[in-house]
Design a protein around this ligand. Structure first.
Ligand code: ATP
Length: 308
């Protein structure tokens, strides 16, 4: 009996873990409204990373065929650099990230990572290589610990805490009623938008993927926390030479990017460094002037407190 119970216990715990991770995937997919039509190609191979360069070649895409959102887009995101995508609301910035993560496939053209069409690589290897901090982070109905740990299930407790410290959320967590064991999500404690964003950053730090995508990832933070978090993210990107893409409205958060891509109606209107774009006096310089005037006014802090 004893001899048998060991492997059975082992299998039991494997089963529980597997079931949990399947449930997690399901939750994540439901939460992120993933299009389940996108599937592995029959001979899909794992993504082979060499440099970390992304290329869009003549990419066109619309959620509905009669309403194109991305129009014949050509774009190179150089390896190991910090790239920003900016532009008017609705011009397709988030759509570019969704196409890269293969939530949807382009209707025309192709997206290459280190020369490989992302439709030819396995979804699993593609998504493992990418970490996203979305506009609205989905949380599992589980503990704070689990919500961060999900980024890398092999990480130790200490690594989870370290990631939380780096994401400037550890101090808040230890003040929650049950610390890291506090339940969050629909049935747990309500946490603010800013805390959710920092949890997502902690999850990303723990995952430590080669590609980092931030979609308005710090928009709910107060200016002080946002600056602290951005400077940490910047050093992470620089030290580890991660290819990172920031979608942002507030140009102050991205003006130091290596390349800024200004999108208009699904295509590149202009691109370059902050200084180049200011000097050329186009759309970016107009947006910059408008925001500088706006931010000259005193601004209220946005990170609301914890609602219990
Ligand atoms: P914002 O700056 O406001 O976040 P964005 O530039 O990131 O905007 P996208 O989110 O990429 O814009 O959306 C581009 C267009 O596609 C918008 O007109 C939007 O309404 C539309 N759109 C986005 N998601 C869907 C969807 N799932 N189904 C249909 N249309 C969509």
């Amino acid at each position: 009996v004893f001899q048998l119970s060991v492997p059975l216990n082992f299998l039991g715990s494997m089963y529980r873990e597997l079931r949990q991770s399947l449930l997690d995937m399901e939750t994540l997919f439901n939460l992120q409204k993933v299009n389940v039509q996108v599937k592995d190609a029959p001979n899909a191979k794992p993504l082979a990373l060499t440099k970390g360069e992304i290329k869009f070649e003549n990419v066109s895409f619309g959620y509905r065929p009669d309403r194109p959102i991305i129009k014949n887009l050509n774009l190179t995101i150089p390896a190991g650099k910090k790239i920003a995508i900016v532009g008017p609301s609705g011009c397709g910035k988030s759509t570019i990230l969704r196409l890269l993560f293969r939530y949807y496939d382009a209707q025309q053209g192709r997206i290459l990572i280190d020369g490989q069409d992302i439709r030819d690589v396995s979804l699993d290897s593609l998504r493992r290589a990418i970490g996203v901090v979305p506009q609205d982070t989905p949380l599992f109905n589980n503990t704070i610990q689990h919500n961060i740990h999900y980024g890398n299930l092999d990480a130790t407790q200490e690594q989870v805490h370290e990631a939380a410290r780096r994401a400037h959320i550890h101090e808040s967590i230890v003040k929650f009623p049950d610390g890291y064991e506090t339940m969050v999500g629909e049935r747990g404690m309500m946490i603010s938008g800013g805390e959710k964003q920092r949890l997502a950053v902690a999850r990303l730090i723990l995952k430590d993927p080669p590609f980092l995508f931030f979609d308005e990832a710090t928009s709910a933070l107060d200016t002080h926390t946002e600056q602290a978090l951005l400077s940490h993210i910047n050093s992470l990107v620089k030290e580890k030479r991660r290819t990172s893409v920031f979608v942002a409205h507030r140009l102050r958060t991205i003006y130091d990017s290596d390349v800024i891509i200004v999108l208009r109606e699904g295509n590149v209107a202009e691109s370059g460094s902050h200084q180049q774009l200011i000097d050329s006096g186009g759309l970016y310089s107009e947006l910059w002037s408008a925001q500088e005037t706006m931010f000259a006014e005193p601004k209220e802090e946005e990170d609301e407190g914890v609602a219990l």
